[in-house]
Design a protein around this ligand. Structure first.
Ligand SMILES: NC(=O)C1=CN([C@@H]2O[C@H](COP(=O)(O)OP(=O)(O)OC[C@H]3O[C@@H](n4cnc5c(N)ncnc54)[C@H](OP(=O)(O)O)[C@@H]3O)[C@@H](O)[C@H]2O)C=CC1
Ligand SMILES: Nc1nc(=O)c2c([nH]1)NC[C@@H]1CN(c3ccc(C(=O)N[C@@H](CCC(=O)O)C(=O)O)cc3)C=[N+]21
Length: 369
C-alpha cells in the first residue's frame, strides 16, 4: 500500500508537470491521463501504480530543468536521481502483481536469457537479471552457450523459447561474438516475447506516429521513468541525447520525442558537442566515454541522465576496477539541477523495466489485468 502511494505520488507529480494541470478526481482526468501516456496498454508499467484515488503531489516531487539559477562557485548541489531506490519501488510493485497473477490464474511470467560466450560484464548483467526475476517471483530459464557455438545452435535455443508457453520474454544478451549474425538472431525473437524491445518492428513502431510498439527497450524506458518519477517536465524541453545506438541512443531519442521534447542527437562525428549540450534542458548520455561530459558542457539547472557504464581501473576497489559514467559527476553535480549517479542510476532501472516488460508480456498472453 505504501509502495502504491509512493508510486502514485510521483506519478501524480509527473502528471501535474507534464500537463500543467493538477490532477484531481474523476473519470475525465483518468481518460486524459491515459491519453497522455505514450504506452497505453493497461498492462504496461504505467498500470502498476494506476491510482484509484487522486492524492495531491507534494512540492518536493518537482524538479524542473533549467528553472533554478545555479551558482558556479560549487554551492549548489544537484538532486541525486536515485535509480536504485526507484527501481526497488518498481520491483516491489511488480512482485505484488506477479503474486496476484499466481493467485488468480495459477501462472507466473517467465523470462528466458541466452548468453553466448564468457564476457565477464555480460555474465554479471545476466546474473543480475536472473536474481531480479527470482526476487519478484518471475520464472527464469538460462542458456549459457559456448563462445564458438554455431548460429544454428543459438537459433535452435531461441526457437525453443519462442515456442515454450511458460516463457513470455526472450532475451539474447548483447554483444554477441563476431561470427554470429546479430541482426538475423534478433529478428527471430518472437515479437510478442521481445521484452528487450530490440526487434526492428518494435523499434519501427516506436519511431512512427500513431503506432504502438509491443515493447520499448528497457534502458530508454528506464531513463524516461526516472525523469517522470522525479517530476521532470519533458514536454517542450530541449533534450540532447549523446549516442545513437540501436539499443540506447536511438530509442531514447524516439521516446523523448514521443513525450514532446525537441530532441538533438549527438554522435562521434558531431562537431562542438559542448555547444549543443549547453542549450539542453535535459541531457541523456550513452556514449561509453568516461568524463566526456564536463561541468561546462551543461546549462545551469539542466537534468542529466548518465547511461554510460564504463569500467575503469581502480586498484583500491575490491575487483581492481570501478564503474563510471560518461559524465564528470563532481563537476556536473555543481551545475545540474538533478543527476543520476553511476552506479545506482540508470542500470537498476534497466533491469526493473525488463521485469516490467516480462510481466506485461505474460499478462497479455493470459488476458489478465
Ligand atoms: N546502464 C545501463 O542500463 C546501460 C548502459 N549502457 C552503457 O551505455 C554506453 C553506451 O552503450 P551503447 O549504446 O550500447 O554503445 P555503442 O558503442 O553501441 O554506442 C555508443 C554511441 O556513442 C557515440 N559516441 C562515441 N563516442 C562519442 C563521443 N566522443 N562523442 C559523442 N558521441 C560518441 C557513438 O557514435 P557513432 O554512432 O558515431 O559511433 C555511438 O552512437 C556504454 O557505456 C554501455 O555500457 C548500455 C546499455 C544499458
Ligand atoms: N540483450 C541485452 N539487453 C540489455 O539490456 C543489455 C545487453 N543486452 N547488453 C549489455 C547492456 C548493458 N546493460 C546493463 C544492465 C544493467 C546494468 C546495471 O545494473 N548496472 C549497475 C551496476 C552493475 C554492476 O555493479 O556491475 C548500476 O549501474 O548501478 C548495467 C548495464 C544491459 N544491456
Amino acid at each position: 500500500m505504501m509502495v502504491t502511494t509512493m508510486l502514485l505520488r510521483s506519478k501524480m507529480a509527473a502528471e501535474k508537470v507534464a500537463t500543467g494541470v493538477t490532477p484531481n478526481k474523476g473519470l475525465k482526468l483518468m481518460e486524459r491521463y491515459f491519453s497522455t501516456q505514450v504506452l497505453k496498454s493497461p498492462l504496461s508499467l504505467m498500470s502498476l501504480d494506476m491510482p484509484d484515488i487522486w492524492a495531491p503531489p507534494s512540492p518536493t516531487d518537482y524538479c524542473s530543468p533549467s528553472s533554478s539559477p545555479c551558482n558556479f562557485s560549487g554551492q549548489q548541489t544537484a538532486a541525486v536521481i536515485d535509480g536504485k531506490s526507484i527501481a526497488e519501488e518498481i520491483r516491489s510493485a511488480i512482485a505484488i502483481e506477479v503474486s496476484r497473477m499466481r493467485r488468480c490464474i495459477g501462472k507466473v511470467p517467465g523470462l528466458a536469457v541466452i548468453l553466448v560466450g564468457q564476457r565477464r560484464d555480460s555474465q554479471t548483467y545476466v546474473r543480475n537479471k536472473i536474481n531480479a526475476c527470482e526476487e519478484v517471483g518471475i520464472k527464469s530459464l538460462f542458456s549459457a552457450l559456448p563462445e564458438d557455438c554455431t548460429e544454428d545452435t543459438v537459433v535452435r535455443e531461441l526457437l525453443r523459447y519462442n515456442n515454450d508457453p511458460s516463457i513470455h520474454g526472450v532475451l539474447v544478451q548483447l554483444p554477441l561474438p563476431k561470427h554470429l549474425d546479430e541482426e538475423k538472431i534478433l529478428n527471430m525473437v518472437k515479437l510478442e516475447k521481445d521484452v528487450d524491445g530490440f526487434h526492428p518492428v518494435n523499434i519501427g513502431n516506436l519511431a512512427m506516429r500513431g503506432r504502438e510498439p509491443l515493447f520499448v527497450s528497457c534502458t530508454p524506458k528506464g531513463c524516461i521513468e526516472l525523469l517522470i518519477r522525479s517530476g521532470v517536465e519533458i514536454m517542450g524541453k530541449h533534450a540532447v541525447v549523446i549516442g545513437r545506438s540501436n539499443i540506447v541512443g536511438l530509442p531514447t531519442s524516439l521516446l523523448l520525442q514521443r513525450h514532446h521534447a525537441t530532441v538533438t542527437i549527438l554522435h562521434a562525428f558531431s562537431k562542438s558537442p559542448e555547444l549543443t549540450t549547453q542549450e539542453a534542458d535535459i541531457v541523456v548520455t550513452a556514449a561509453g566515454v568516461p568524463n566526456l561530459v564536463r561541468g561546462d558542457w551543461l546549462k545551469p539547472g539542466a537534468v542529466v541522465i548518465d547511461v554510460g557504464t564504463c569500467p575503469i581501473e581502480d586498484p583500491s576497489s575490491e575487483f581492481g576496477y570501478r564503474l563510471v559514467g560518461d559524465v564528470c559527476y563532481e563537476e556536473a553535480a555543481r551545475v545540474a539541477s538533478a543527476i543520476t549517479p553511476v552506479p545506482g542510476g540508470v542500470g537498476p532501472m534497466t533491469i526493473a523495466m525488463l521485469l516490467a516488460n516480462t510481466l506485461d508480456a505474460a499478462q497479455r498472453v493470459g488476458d489478465f489485468n
